[in-house]
Design a protein around this ligand. Structure first.
Ligand SMILES: Nc1ncnc2c1ncn2[C@@H]1O[C@H](COP(=O)(O)OP(=O)(O)OP(=O)(O)O)[C@@H](O)[C@H]1O
Ligand SMILES: [Mg+2]
Length: 249
């Protein structure tokens, strides 16, 4: 499977595309300098996530979950180690290459929904398409499909101030899906939701590999979320503990 569509990214990437991993991390370290102290947020993390997997990252606050997602999505960069996506090294990626890759292939969902308050639900979902120069009938169809997929078509004209917390997150998920990413990274997507809304959002995320062929990685504190996962990776003090099937939780 090759999911980079941009010529520039194909040219820049140097892997052979044969790895099974949609995401493959090799010996990732991430350190932050804090005055004279060095904070090690990730320590020798090796991880492979296969196509169509729903993978949960769990661990206590400060263990490195967000840092790991940020490194996978190129929002932050590792101090050492390599990140390969779809079997291709990202070592030589510039910030512009990462931006293009996220725009084409990666969807991001955050705890705080980051919807623009002045835009309707449909306009918020359409925004990534507009930013990459897509508009018109096809864009409209993609927006409608994604709003349908998250059960928000009837609220498409509502502004964020007119939506519940769970509805906010469903619109944010539709926005993350609208460009049909192969990889969706969700950081505490249920953190601002009550348990019922959280369960609905997790069920929605869980359905994405089947419905959209997306690989999903979720950082979460929620045991219920982890129970839905194909595989759960524990993080502790920046170190990855061996993955477990959700059945073993
Ligand atoms: N920009 C930064 N500068 C310095 N230290 C940082 C920075 N970002 C994160 N850290 C530190 O790195 C470690 C991992 O942080 P991270 O945000 O990845 O944790 P987390 O597992 O996502 O926690 P939470 O569950 O609270 O969201 C923490 O000790 C944090 O203080
Ligand atoms: Mg975090």
């Amino acid at each position: 499977m090759l999911w980079y569509t941009s010529d520039a990214l194909v040219r820049l990437s140097c892997g052979d595309g044969t790895s099974r991993g949609v995401v493959k991390l090799n010996h990732i370290y991430k350190q932050y300098a804090q005055g004279r102290t060095i904070v090690t947020a990730l320590h020798d993390v090796c991880l492979e996530v296969g196509p169509g997997e729903f993978c949960a990252l769990m661990g206590p606050s400060g263990c490195g979950k967000s840092t790991l997602l940020n490194v996978i999505g190129g929002l932050d960069h590792q101090t050492a180690g390599t990140v390969a996506l779809d079997g291709r090294s990202t070592d030589d990626f510039s910030d512009a290459d990462w931006t293009t890759l996220r725009r084409e292939c990666i969807g991001l969902v955050f705890q705080a929904f980051h919807l623009l308050p002045g835009l309707s639900a449909a306009e918020n979902v359409a925004l990534p398409l507009l930013l990459s120069g897509h508009s018109g009938g096809r864009a409209g169809r993609l927006v409608a499909e994604c709003l349908d997929a998250v059960g928000m078509r009837e609220r498409e004209r509502h502004r964020p101030g007119e939506l519940s917390g769970g509805e906010h997150q469903r619109v944010a998920i539709a926005r993350a899906l609208v460009h049909r990413p192969k990889l969706l990274l969700a950081d505490e997507p249920t953190g601002n939701l009550d348990s019922r809304q959280g369960a609905e959002v997790i069920a929605l995320l869980r359905s994405l590999p089947r419905r959209f062929g997306a690989t999903v990685i979720v950082a979460t504190h929620s045991r219920e979320a982890a129970q839905q996962a194909d595989i759960v990776h524990g993080l502790r003090d920046g170190c990855l503990e061996s993955g477990a099937g959700s059945a073993t939780l």
